[in-house]
Design a binder for this molecule. Sequence first.
Ligand SMILES: Nc1ncnc2c1ncn2[C@@H]1O[C@H](COP(=O)(O)OP(=O)(O)OP(=O)(O)O)[C@@H](O)[C@H]1O
Ligand SMILES: [Mg+2]
Length: 352
Amino acid sequence: MAPISIQLDRISKRFDHTVKGEVYAVREVSLAVEQGELLTLLGPSGCGKSTTLRMIAGFEEPDEGTISIAGKDVTHVLPNRRGIGFVFQNYALFPHLSVFENVAYGLRVQGRDGPAIARAVGDVLELVGLAHYDRQQPHQLSGGEQQRVALARAVVFQPEVLLFDEPLSNLDAKLRVEMREQIRALQKRIGITTVYVTHDQEEAMAISDRIAVMDRGEIVQQGSADQLYYRPASEFVARFIGRTNILPGRVVSAAEIEIEGLRITLATGRATGETVQLVVRPEMIELGPSAGDPVEGRIAARTFLGEKTDYLVTLGGSTLQVSATDHYRRPPLDVGQPVGVRFHPEGLHVLA
Ligand SMILES: Nc1ncnc2c1ncn2[C@@H]1O[C@H](COP(=O)(O)OP(=O)(O)OP(=O)(O)O)[C@@H](O)[C@H]1O
Ligand SMILES: [Mg+2]
């Protein structure tokens, strides 16, 4: 395992709320980010992502807990002494300065000499793919180019740590995908420890080594994208990462459960007769011709989306979301049609 670069130890932050009084924006958050790792804080609006990031940066001080970077306690260290580069949602470029001067600004403040500044700025503009843009003004750049200037400005100091707060939310959908790949490639190339904040689960899955899911000020689960997708710890995580069915299952024996009257071989480790909650992703359910099964489903809705077709299927008291990707070789199923429903036991996940 790589050494730990950022360590949060039970940090909390409270704010005064005009109606609710004092409320926790962040509550006892502990987190370790390895050197060179890209960790994403993911969660719904207001769950405390930005507050956590701002505490790492030093723009906010925690009410409790400690923060260390590269083994040094920085809880009470000023932001400009933490060796951190920060990229915000609004790029906050100086509108009247050229691209070169925007990136050079911080180095000038530090009193570096001209040739050193020219070299450093030239290198990072090259790194972000803006080698010949140095004399352009911000208003002459596209949104994606402006964001790359902001990125250049954050890395020109060669910081130990890079922090991103929703850096792509001002860009259109196609550019967002392009930019997240560029950020990821750059982060890997320079091997810099990064904490990235987004509320977009797809962006988080695409860009991260590891994701920490937050809910109401707390981290509720950490793991790789596929751990969170296949083994969510709670209904909240299951619903936040990808689409899902949450279905009641009855334990009928040590090795069998029943969902809406369908028997499935699955060892849950629970007592016979208990009801469990199952996480079943739409692509883990297979629909087929109804072979006069004692329990059959019925197609309630169908949406053709090209690479897949989404169905809503009623089965007993449940409505299932099902995705099928095989319509290039099989005719689609019609609304109202009875269907055989098959759950793949290897995909089923039992919630604690
Ligand atoms: N300066 C402040 N004063 C009072 N309350 C604040 C302050 N900053 C944040 N909060 C509150 O703390 C909570 C967490 O805010 P935070 O900005 O960290 O959320 P977030 O997860 O980044 O949300 P979003 O996705 O909308 O950016 C919110 O309820 C917010 O209203
Ligand atoms: Mg935020």
